[in-house]
Design a protein around this ligand. Structure first.
Ligand SMILES: CC(C)(COP(=O)(O)OP(=O)(O)OC[C@H]1O[C@@H](n2cnc3c(N)ncnc32)[C@H](O)[C@@H]1OP(=O)(O)O)[C@@H](O)C(=O)NCCC(=O)NCCS
Length: 196
């Protein structure tokens, strides 16, 4: 599939809702203890008894049309993938935004707030191109590190972030009060320094 990545105005980020984010959960990560030598978590997969569909946009207030109401998007970027005039994917990246706790109050940390590829276009390299564009965006905006959150029920995303060079640094088994069965996984990647 031929596709083009470009930056769109952040005011248009609500349009990302037209790209489905949902995926089918057939297996989950079991998170084992850290390796004392490397600090890496032991991640293994296990099948779920009853596969189900997960749709992050279905959670109240969590969809792309809600973000502008909830946050100041001044320091946010919207990267999109288009194929034949259709939006087939997008990534949203943020830094220096009060109220986004995942940014840890740091000015040098960028958060990959959202990344999604339309189901028929997955596994074709579009996610990789969006991730690389998000990294470049973060570097241009003076960030030194990239962070992204996912959950143990999202094995495809976990595999994807690992493949992108991210390291699983932190897990929180109690992060989601309304989703007590899900474990929060926080991935980080050191970014290259911006060229002068
Ligand atoms: C995660 C997502 C954005 C990846 O996008 P993509 O365009 O399919 O990814 P790519 O084709 O660039 O994949 C790059 C590599 O990541 C890994 N990867 C991607 N999807 C994978 C999957 N389903 N299972 C295992 N590995 C996977 C593979 O190593 C892959 O390389 P390969 O295809 O040569 O084996 C896409 O699966 C998606 O939109 N998922 C639903 C939304 C979502 O969960 N977003 C993240 C929320 S935290």
């Amino acid at each position: 599939m031929n596709f083009v990545i470009s930056e769109a105005p952040i005011a248009e980020v609500g349009k990302l809702a037209a790209v489905p984010i949902s995926f089918r959960v057939e297996e989950i990560f079991h998170v084992g203890p850290r390796d004392p030598a490397t600090g890496a978590y032991a991640l293994t997969t296990q099948p779920v008894a009853t596969p189900f569909r997960k749709n992050y946009d279905g959670l109240r207030g969590e969809g792309p049309r809600d973000w502008a109401r909830r946050f100041d998007l001044t320091h946010w970027g919207f990267l999109q993938a288009r194929a034949g005039g259709t939006r087939v994917g997008g990534a949203v990246i943020a830094f220096n935004t009060p109220g986004v706790d995942l940014l840890e109050g740091r000015r040098d940390l960028a958060l990959l707030w959202n990344i999604r590829v339309a189901p028929p276009a997955r596994r074709l390299g579009i996610g990789t191109a969006l991730f690389r564009a998000a990294e470049a965006w973060a570097v241009v905006h003076g960030c030194r590190e990239l962070k992204v959150e996912t959950q143990n029920i999202n094995v495809p995303a976990g595999r994807f972030y690992a493949r992108m060079g991210c390291t699983l640094r932190t897990i929180d088994r109690q992060a989601y009060k309304i989703l007590p069965d899900e474990i929060q996984l926080l991935w980080y990647k050191t970014l290259p320094t911006a060229k002068a």
